[in-house]
Write a protein that binds this ligand. Structure first.
Ligand code: F6R
Length: 665
């Protein structure tokens, strides 16, 4: 039986009879199992501390979301977990989190080591987490002692039964051993194991010798550990791995065969597991095979020209013989992947409102040829910045999503006259010479849009530029002279030129005049045919083609149908290509995709395809200082590229040399 035809038939039946939905879902589940389609999700972070923070945040959000029901956490120990628990303690304290409904089950415990020993996992957990969050009269919201569980040799069966009695673990944290163990389930442990006593392998004891004065003989020989069956019954699993020593285990777990030789490989079968890695632990996830791209037209040196390219370890390399993978491009155009420097959201994720769903947006953007982007945050309060900026930190999703390069902070140092869709109540017309007072930590921020004419605006530009952050001028009533002062202080860009700024006046050309005649200033434009009429786009192009950078300024409605959506804390109404703050005539971002903007640019201006492609790839990369690593097809660059038809439809998108989107795929 052709599975696809059967699947289509069942889909039609759903429409006729919704009761059959469950049957169909079951069918899909079995179908995927037959095909053994087990793509494990992973995220690669520049900083392991950011990954640890995000895990802590996720635990806190889970605890909050289940206010009056038990929340069951499976906890791990080991070096990797220490920074997770340190962030967790801080957030719990800052937010006075109620832990009265939290139940914890630890993964494992050494045998033949008294619980009071500082290296027992019991001591580890109390020192690193429980001591400061335990219930007491002074801390009535703390976790109850009786809700904290560790496995012990005597009651292995009881341990599993207790976990089961709570309906299994809601969120299980895991580290990974160099040999691929999870918990202390060492290689060879059957996948259907429940809590059991294990003899620790030599590698595990050697690795843990660092906690025992460096002497492997001091490391206990046995432990009691949660079994693999118990672990994979958890509703969600997050595995953290940092450092070079974990790279083989991570590669085998994610890309290897599912085998008891690598216990963590069973996670490929778990429907809700995420690996959170740093670059060292992820280094072997890149395709090691050499790839040869041929029969294409490549954008190189500003010209689309026939040629070939070679890829190894995720990067373009010079000519290679005998490549393992040959890709025939069928005469299509190959350009560097598009980079969107201003995008507020997509596919139902508004980065200022529900940043935890950014992965959905990152995945969706691939179909438009976007391989990297700067999630953009609307003008917000210090409380909001402190909550969301950590969630938007740089990370790569491998080939399953566009890379997050950092953050674009749009506001709040704006002219109140040109606040546009931003919340008037949070705008600041005065910089108080304390950058952290509003934004908090600027880690991961790549661009800040501000109005140079606000009080102390120039010192704000100086301060941001000195930190290597690109300053863009926008939402501004700046005069031409004020705009020049901004450029002098370091501003490199004008944000969505013409929109939300003083209109061009023949005796006061403002930022618009500066952007169109000052070669030092780049400018971004939204080419959706609505923010700017085609003639204005043409004017920009004709006066300063070099400075033109395409941005979408898209909102969460990108990729979705007309309806009611959000931009920050405001509701928006989407009708065709027009988005307004609900019930008003204030324009609120766009729903244009990058490849549509690119096509529009060519239609509106008559520019060459090469110029349009560079306005979406090379130019944004240059502006934020990542060219030629990104935004180019040169040897040494990241192999992030888009394959386009002659009519500039996206046929395929590749990240790190791996196919990440295919039209009709
Ligand atoms: C600890 C545990 C182990 C560790 C793993 C990594 O509870 O279950 O699986 O997570 O051995 O240890 P570190 O983080 O020390 O490298």
């Amino acid at each position: 039986m052709d599975f696809f035809l059967l699947f289509c038939k069942l889909c039609r039946q759903i429409r006729r009879n919704p009761m059959r939905k469950i049957t169909v879902l079951l069918f899909v589940y079995i179908f995927l199992n037959i095909l053994n389609i087990n793509a494990l999700e992973y995220e690669i972070y520049d900083s392991s501390d950011t990954a640890s923070y995000l895990v802590a945040r996720e635990i806190v959000d889970l605890v909050k979301s289940k206010e009056n029901q038990p929340v069951v956490l499976g906890l791990a120990t080991g070096g990797t977990m220490t920074s997770v628990y340190s962030h967790l303690k801080n957030i719990i304290k800052e937010e006075c989190l109620d832990l009265s409904h939290v139940i914890t089950f630890n993964l494992d415990e050494y045998l033949d080591l008294p619980l009071s020993d500082p290296e027992s996992y019991h001591s580890f957990m109390f020192t690193n987490l429980f001591e400061t969050i335990l219930y007491s009269e002074q801390n009535p919201k703390g976790i109850k002692r009786e809700n904290i569980h560790f496995p012990n040799e005597q009651d292995v069966d009881l341990y599993d039964k207790m976990i089961e009695s709570y309906g299994n673990i809601d969120l299980q944290l895991l580290g990974i051993g160099r040999n691929g163990h999870i918990g202390f389930s060492e290689p060879g442990t059957p996948f259907d194991s429940t809590t059991f006593v294990v003899e620790l392998h030599q590698t595990t004891r050697e690795d843990n010798a660092r906690f025992f004065g460096g002497d492997v003989n001091n490391v206990p020989k046995k432990a009691v550990t949660m079994g693999i069956k118990t672990i994979i019954e958890a509703k969600k699993i997050i595995l953290l791995a940092f450092g070079d020593s974990k790279k083989e285990a991570v590669k085998n777990a994610i890309n290897g065969e599912i085998s008891t030789d690598i216990p963590a490989s069973i996670l490929q079968k778990h429907h809700n597991t995420k690996f959170m890695l740093d670059k060292d632990a992820a280094q072997l996830l890149q395709n090691q095979e050499t790839i040869h791209l041929f029969n294409g037209k490549f954008l190189k040196d500003g010209k689309i020209q026939p040629g070939e390219l070679w890829i190894q370890n995720g990067k373009f390399v010079s000519e290679k013989n005998n490549c393992e993978i040959q890709i025939d491009l069928n005469g299509n155009i190959v350009a560097p992947g598009f980079i969107d420097l201003q995008i507020n959201g997509a596919f139902g994720c508004d980065f200022s409102r529900n940043p935890e769903q950014i992965e959905e947006a990152a995945k969706g953007l691939l179909q438009y040829g976007v391989t990297a982007f700067l999630p953009t945050v609307v003008s917000s309060t210090p409380e909001t910045y402190s909550k969301i900026l950590k969630k938007l930190q740089p990370r790569s999703y491998g080939s399953s999503g566009a890379e997050i390069l950092g953050i674009h902070l749009e506001g709040p140092y704006f002219s109140s006259q040109y606040g546009g869709a931003h919340d008037q109540f949070v705008l600041q017309d005065h910089y108080l010479n304390d950058i952290n007072s509003i934004y908090g930590d600027l880690e991961g921020v790549k661009i800040v849009t501000l109005a140079p004419e606000i009080t102390n605006g120039i010192s704000l530009i100086n301060e941001l530029s000195a930190r290597g952050i690109v300053v863009s001028m926008g939402h501004s009533a700046a005069t031409y002279v004020e705009a020049l002062n901004g450029i002098e202080a370091g501003a490199l860009l004008a944000t969505h030129l013409f929109n939300a700024m003083t209109p061009y006046h023949h005796r006061n050309p403002g930022i618009i005049g500066a952007a169109l005649i000052e070669p030092k200033l780049n400018y971004s434009i939204i080419v959706d045919g609505f923010h700017l009429c085609p003639e204005t786009v043409k004017l920009c192009y004709q006066l300063n083609p070099q400075g033109l950078i395409l941005v979408t300024d898209a909102t969460e409605a990108l990729g979705l149908k007309d309806g009611i959506y959000h931009l920050g804390n405001k509701c928006t109404e989407v009708l065709g290509n027009k988005i307004y703050i609900a019930g008003s005539s204030t324009i609120a971002g766009s729903n244009i995709s990058m490849n549509m903007a690119l096509k529009n640019l060519i239609i509106f201006t008559g520019c060459a395809i090469e110029e349009a492609l560079e306005a979406a790839s090379k130019k944004p990369a240059q502006l934020i200082g990542i060219y030629p690593t990104k935004g180019s097809l040169e040897v040494g660059a990241d192999a992030d590229f888009v394959v386009l038809s002659d009519s500039l439809d996206v046929i395929e998108t590749y990240i790190g040399g791996e196919l990440s989107f295919q039209q009709g795929g």
